[in-house]
Design a binder for this molecule. Structure first.
Ligand code: PRP
Ligand code: MN
Ligand code: MG
Length: 184
C-alpha cells in the first residue's frame, strides 16, 4: 500500500501498540484514585487521533467516556497555517469531569494550546493531555503535556491516523514521507 511514497518506517505496529499499552497503564494508575463525578472523559482530536483513541480506550484498565472534537490547523499543507478552526465541538458538558485530551501529534503546539484554553473555560475538574508523538518544536511552547509516547525528529510523518492531504491515515505503522510526494 502506498508503495514508493514512504521513505522509512519510524514506528512499527508493534512499537505503537506497546507504547499505547504503557500509556494506558500509566493513566489507569494515575486516575484510579481520583474521586471523580463520573468516568474519565477521553477527548479525541479528530481526525488524527482516531486510531490512537480507539486503541488507547481499549487498553485502558478503567471505564472511560469517548468524546470527540474536530479542529484543523493544517488544511492540505505540511506546515501550520496558524489558524485553528473548530469543525465539530463536544456534544456533552465536561464541567466537573476529569478530562484527558488525546492527540496523535504535537508539532508547533498551536492546536493544543488553543484547545487547552478552550476546554479549560468549560470548568472540568481536571484537564490533562496525552499525545502519542511530540516534535522538537513542541517542547519550546508553554503547554503542559502530562503523557508523551514518543519524542520524534522534525520530519513529516504519516500513518496511524496522521495524514498528508487526507491520505495515509489508514497505514497501520508510522513512517516518513518521501519528499517527492509533497514537493511536486
Ligand atoms: C494535525 C495533528 C494535530 C496537529 C498538530 O492535525 O493531528 O492535531 O496537526 O499540529 P500543531 O501542534 O502544529 O498544531 P490537522 O490540523 O492536520 O488535522 P487532522 O487531525 O484532521 O489531520
Ligand atoms: Mn489533528
Ligand atoms: Mg492533518
Amino acid at each position: 500500500m502506498y508503495e514508493g511514497d514512504i521513505a522509512s518506517v519510524l514506528l512499527t505496529e508493534q512499537q505503537i501498540s506497546d507504547k499505547v499499552a504503557e500509556l494506558a497503564k500509566q493513566v489507569g494508575e494515575d486516575y484510579q484514585t481520583k474521586a471523580s463525578a463520573g468516568d474519565l472523559v477521553l477527548v479525541g482530536v479528530l481526525k488524527g487521533a482516531v486510531m490512537f483513541m480507539t486503541d488507547f480506550a481499549r487498553a485502558l484498565p478503567m471505564p472511560a467516556q469517548l468524546e470527540f472534537m474536530a479542529v484543523t490547523s493544517y488544511g492540505s499543507s505540511t506546515s501550520s497555517s496558524g489558524v485553528v478552526r473548530i469543525l465539530k465541538d463536544l456534544d456533552r458538558d465536561i464541567a466537573g469531569r476529569d478530562v484527558l485530551i488525546l492527540e496523535d501529534i504535537i508539532d508547533s503546539g498551536l492546536t493544543l494550546s488553543w484547545l487547552l484554553r478552550n476546554l479549560a473555560g468549560r470548568q472540568p475538574a481536571s484537564l490533562e493531555v496525552c499525545t502519542l508523538l511530540r516534535k522538537p518544536e513542541a517542547s519550546k511552547i508553554d503547554v503542559p503535556v502530562r503523557y508523551v509516547g514518543f519524542d520524534i525528529p522534525d520530519e513529516f510523518v504519516v500513518g496511524y491516523g496522521l495524514d498528508y492531504a487526507e491520505r495515509y491515515r489508514d497505514l497501520p505503522y508510522i513512517g516518513t514521507l518521501q519528499p517527492t510526494v509533497y514537493s511536486s
